[in-house]
Design a protein around this ligand. Structure first.
Ligand code: NDP
Length: 452
């Protein structure tokens, strides 16, 4: 049977573009459909614009610190329209880089929605039908807003933050995960009054408890009004603001409300069920270790599979898919010890087991140093940093590393190499400290602070 394409990718995000490009470079006839902008969540409405906003917001504290260090500076106000114009230009540039890289090896790009008709057929929004030997679903995720809260439709999501015409004076952020916590610091740094409601006892569930505590402490120092054990009961428009009644009975008005309550696989109306795939929890596409669905010609990678919602993981899954299907080299992604960072201020970087996870599995020693770094102590800033190693008592292997500090995202990338290699505490101890740095503590911790 002949097909129009060897591969049809639905979704031009990080995973889909990588898979499409690499398959095309290997000689496959590839088409890719994207209904929004090329680059997907990471480039257009996620990691990239978020990180640029992290940089922008960090300058307020940097100017305050600089004053303390003797510089004659004053933090003025932040010019959002000026920043946004530059941000838009940068995202346009990146989008065109993605497009060029994809088109160079001959990929056909369809700037429209594609849906699945049957295991080898797709329908494009303009009504045309195309066939493909393999279909790769890489449609990512989309923000989830609970529909149980009256008035929640008045709130915005992270998709809208980068499009705001002006910065609000006040905002309520709902949620306590990556996005909520990162935006709390970002918006506070840009001069917005930030309140955060989180239903649980402590933000950043799933991360090391001590690390979460330190980030929450930093939120207090930054002036973020964090309310744990608090959820939204209802939202109403009142006098040009949003009135919010909380589960605790608290009532308050905000210019904006931002829901950051998780992301769900983007599969609605995609036609996968009609093609024979039963969708999983929250609409996720179930796949095996080779990213193959129950329909042999249809594969899925990235957030739409709801495995690990991280860009570099989607990229690896895309590359593994091409190796397996187009290069005859069955490849799976190794999900052990994936490092990640939360771009709070200070950042939280983590790899491997948390103290809580590790002690459930085997006897462990915990090495931890939490202190005010030299740069802060000099000017009387109270924020502390933390370096922690979770070490197996018997094998002495470092099972987890957790860092809360400026630059923790950069540091954890490097520490993760050692953890992934199976380094022991003795391997860390054998390394001479780089002095004077904060990170030298990671090789200087002699006695465990706790043992289980
Ligand atoms: P998260 O899963 O990190 O957090 C969702 C938050 O919303 C949790 O605090 C959760 O509470 C809360 N929540 C969920 N449902 C409800 C509800 N019905 N009512 C009230 N609160 C609710 O999701 P995010 O949206 O922050 O981010 C999505 C994913 O994107 C992340 O999991 C991460 O993988 C990825 N990401 C990664 C980043 C990075 O690498 N730096 C940055 C941003 C996103 P509870 O804890 O109680 O469940």
């Amino acid at each position: 049977m002949s097909f129009d394409y060897d591969l049809f990718v639905i979704g031009g995000g990080s995973g889909g573009v990588r898979a499409g490009r690499v398959a095309a470079e290997g000689g496959a006839r590839v088409a890719l459909a994207e209904e929004s902008r090329m680059g997907g969540t990471c480039v257009i409405r996620g990691c990239v614009p978020k990180k640029l906003m992290v940089f922008a917001s960090g300058y307020r504290q940097a100017v305050i610190d600089a004053q303390e260090y003797g510089w004659d500076l004053t933090p003025g106000s932040f010019d959002w329209p000026r920043f946004r114009a530059r941000l838009d230009a940068e995202l346009n540039r990146l989008e065109s880089v993605y497009r060029t890289n994809l088109a160079r090896p001959g990929t056909t790009i369809h700037d429209q929605r594609a849906t699945v008709v049957d295991p080898h057929t797709l329908r494009l929004a303009d009504g045309t039908t195309v066939t493909a030997r393999h279909i790769l679903v890489a449609t990512g995720g989309k923000p989830f807003v609970p529909d149980t809260v009256p008035g929640a439709e008045l709130a915005m999501t992270s998709n809208d933050v980068f499009q705001m015409e002006e910065l609000p004076k006040s905002i309520l952020i709902v949620g306590g995960g990556y996005i909520a916590t990162e935006f709390a610091f970002i918006l506070k740094g840009l001069g917005v009054e930030v309140t955060q409601y989180y239903r649980g006892a402590q933000v950043l569930r799933g991360f090391d408890e001590e690390a979460r505590g330190l980030v929450a402490e930093a939120m207090g120092h930054a002036g973020i009004d964090l309310h744990c054990g608090t959820d939204v009961e209802r939202i109403e428009k009142r006098d040009g603001q949003l009135w919010v009644k909380a589960s605790t009975g608290r009532e308050a008005c905000f210019d904006k409300v931002l829901y950051a309550t998780g992301r769900r696989p983007n599969t609605e109306g995609l036609g996968l069920e009609a093609a024979g795939i039963s969708l999983g929890r929250n609409g996720a596409v179930p796949v095996d270790a080779h990213n193959q669905t129950s329909v042999p010609s249809i594969f899925a990678i990235g957030d739409v599979t709801d495995r690990v919602q991280l860009t570099p993981v989607a990229i690896r899954e895309g590359a593994a898919f091409v190796e397996t299907v187009f290069k005859g080299n069955p490849t799976t992604v190794d999900y052990e010890n994936i490092p990640s960072a939360v771009f709070t201020q200070p950042e939280l970087g983590a790899v491997g087991l948390t103290e809580e996870e590790a002690r459930e599995r085997e006897p462990v020693d915990i090495y931890c140093a939490a202190f005010r770094p030299m740069q802060h102590a000099f000017i009387g800033r109270q924020e502390r940093v933390m370096f922690k190693l979770v070490v197996a008592k018997e094998s002495r292997k470092v099972l987890g590393c957790h860092i809360v500090a400026p630059g923790a995202g950069e540091m954890i990338q490097i520490a993760a190499v050692a953890v992934k290699m199976g380094a022991t505490k003795a391997d860390f101890d054998a390394v001479v400290a780089v002095h004077p740095t904060m990170a030298e503590e990671i090789v200087l911790m002699k006695q465990p602070v706790r043992s289980y």
